[in-house]
Ligand binder design. Structure first.
Ligand code: NAD
Length: 529
């Protein structure tokens, strides 16, 4: 196409409110009812063809775990090998069409998600990941749409970045995709992240094998169908739910692996990295490893803290989506004078939280994702209950008779290195440690040295010098650092997201930095003389 395009402008998708009489509410309720009353048979999709295996997994509602609304076929070694072949076969055609044509598919997907697909994406996410109306809307509608639109904008910026030329010489950079295929592995907790992991590399001209998390195959499949409707050609993204170990050992031993786009726990990413290291001699190219992983996110309250903002920051930061956001606040260092003022209010607000079926609009927390997560979180709660170093101030109750429900739990400890101050729990559990007002600087250093992670954290203070000090001491403690607000809720294009240390490679999902990882520039120098 002989044209130079105008800038693809980016704007965040507005959040809908789902008020009682709104169209969006009626549409979403109708979609929820439809999904609950039908049964989805989810295939593997390789090279555009649906494949069915006898090995199946189930799609259950975490808040009503006897209710199964679908099942999915699991890919094994043979299907994974076929997916690699199809991804490689699709590559040359996909990478050689004009980039605008590739990008237009994802821009169309964003439009569809904003309109006719919004209710489907949200209903799937609410039902199978137990998200409330609000939490689903900010994830599977807004953030998903933002990722698709922003990446198109970022890619254009990257492609526009060209070297200077000198007399008699014309230099240019061609932004090739990687040579081979990309392996995208997504977590259960965000439908938007699941959509972004395969689509970001695909937009840049790569072909992809996408393994979604077993607990969110239903919403991942909905995303896949959206991309198909937007015109995604066969073989560009191959959808292979299934046994992670079998799939990844087959993928990682392929000489054509060119990159891994992962979000999930630190341990799984470490294992993937180690396997890549062991297979290094077999690869044709060094695979790009991009992983956003776990966190142990902090809140620090200086004596000058605005009390109301702090309570809101702690409640929303720790308990929205049942504490299952990678950025969820899970340890708080609070000065004793602040604590005296907020303690009762904080405990009351935690106890007042409605933990229930997500179909009720005033529910604040649904269920945690599955039995395994429920058991792990309960173990931490019981550990605190038994310990002489801790006291449970709020919550601590749980019930999995119908759904995997856990009450928002606040633990107070006098040991800053207490287990629940150090380890990622990934549930609605906040541990508080109190410090003497005069020991602020010491507490900042304590916070920095307590966790192996470095994802998010907040400082609450109205004293500018205290804020500056925190920003300095905590330079490497968080990739997303917040001042006077909760450490969650990053918005694409506004707070590109990711952490360092054992929280990942910090390639900032929803940014140019991430898109750069899926291209391999070729610089061309031409002599004009
Ligand atoms: P998980 O690590 O259990 O699973 C993530 C994905 O890895 C899933 O698709 C899973 O099937 C797959 N997997 C598991 N074992 C594998 C193996 N051996 N080889 C290849 N793939 C394998 O994580 P989860 O429970 O889905 O998500 C929660 C975790 O994700 C938390 O630790 C959270 O902090 C993290 N997370 C981080 C971010 C971030 O941006 N930093 C965002 C979301 C979630």
């Amino acid at each position: 196409m002989n044209s130079i395009l105008k800038e693809i402008k980016f704007k965040n998708e507005p959040i809908l409110k789902y008020l009682a009489s709104s169209n969006e509410r009626a549409e979403l309720e109708a979609e929820i009812t439809k999904m609950k009353n039908s049964f989805l048979d989810i295939p593997i999709i390789i090279g555009g063809k649906e494949i069915r295996t006898s090995d199946k997994g189930q799609c259950r509602l975490p808040h009503d775990h006897n209710k199964i609304i679908g099942e999915y076929c699991k890919a094994g070694k043979e299907e994974t090998k076929l997916a690699i072949k199809e991804a490689l076969d699709a590559k040359s055609k996909w990478e050689s069409i004009p980039w605008e044509s590739r990008v237009s598919i994802f821009l169309k997907a964003a439009e569809l998600a904003s309109g006719p697909w919004r209710a489907k994406l949200n209903a799937a996410t609410m039902l199978t990941q137990s998200k409330t109306y609000k939490q689903a809307e900010i994830d599977s509608a807004c953030e998903l749409i933002d990722f698709l639109n922003f990446n198109a904008h970022a890619l254009q910026q990257i492609y526009s970045d060209q070297p200077i030329s000198s007399k008699g010489v014309w230099n240019r950079t061609e932004y090739r995709p990687l040579e081979g295929f990309v392996f995208a592995v997504s977590p259960f907790n965000f439908t938007s992240i699941a959509a972004n992991l395969p689509s970001a590399p695909a937009m840049a001209g790569n072909t992809v094998l996408w393994k979604p998390a077993s607990n969110s195959v239903y919403s991942a499949y909905t995303v896949y169908k959206l991309l198909q409707e937007a015109g995604l050609p066969e073989g560009v993204i191959n959808f292979i739910p299934g046994n992670a170990g079998v799939i990844s050992s087959t993928v990682l031993s392929s000489e054509y692996l060119s990159g891994i786009h992962f979000t999930g726990s630190t341990q799984v990413f470490c294992d993937l990295w180690a396997s890549v290291g062991n297979n290094l001699a077999n690869y044709r190219t060094f695979p790009r490893l991009v992983g956003e992983t776990g966190g142990k996110n902090f809140v620090i309250a200086h004596p000058s803290t605005d009390r109301k903002s702090l309570v809101k920051g702690l409640i929303d930061g720790a308990f929205e989506y049942q504490g299952q956001k990678c950025s969820a606040a899970s340890r708080a260092y609070i000065s004793k004078s602040v604590w005296d003022d907020i303690k009762d209010d904080l405990i009351k607000k935690a106890n007042d939280i409605k933990v229930d079926n997500i179909e009720e609009i005033d529910t604040f927390m649904g269920a945690v994702i599955d039995k395994k997560a429920f058991n792990t979180i309960v173990e931490y709660i019981e550990y605190a209950r038994e310990s002489a170093e801790a006291e449970i101030l709020a919550g601590g109750e749980y019930d999995d008779s119908q759904g995997y429900f856990i009450k928002p739990t606040i633990i107070l400890t006098d040991n800053p290195k207490f287990k629940t101050m150090e380890e990622e729990i990934f549930g609605p559990v906040l541990t508080v440690y109190l410090y003497e007002d005069g020991k602020y600087s010491e507490t900042l250093r304590l916070c920095d040295s307590t966790s192996k992670y470095g994802l998010t954290g907040s400082i609450f203070s109205t004293d500018r010098y205290a804020i500056e000090e925190a920003q300095k001491v905590l330079t490497h403690s968080a990739g997303n650092f917040y001042i006077n607000v909760r450490p969650t809720g990053a918005v694409v294009g506004q707070q590109p997201f990711g952490g360092s240390r054992l929280s990942g490679t910090n390639d900032k999902a929803g940014s140019k930095i991430n898109m750069m990882r899926w291209i391999s520039p070729r610089v061309i120098k031409e002599n004009l003389l």
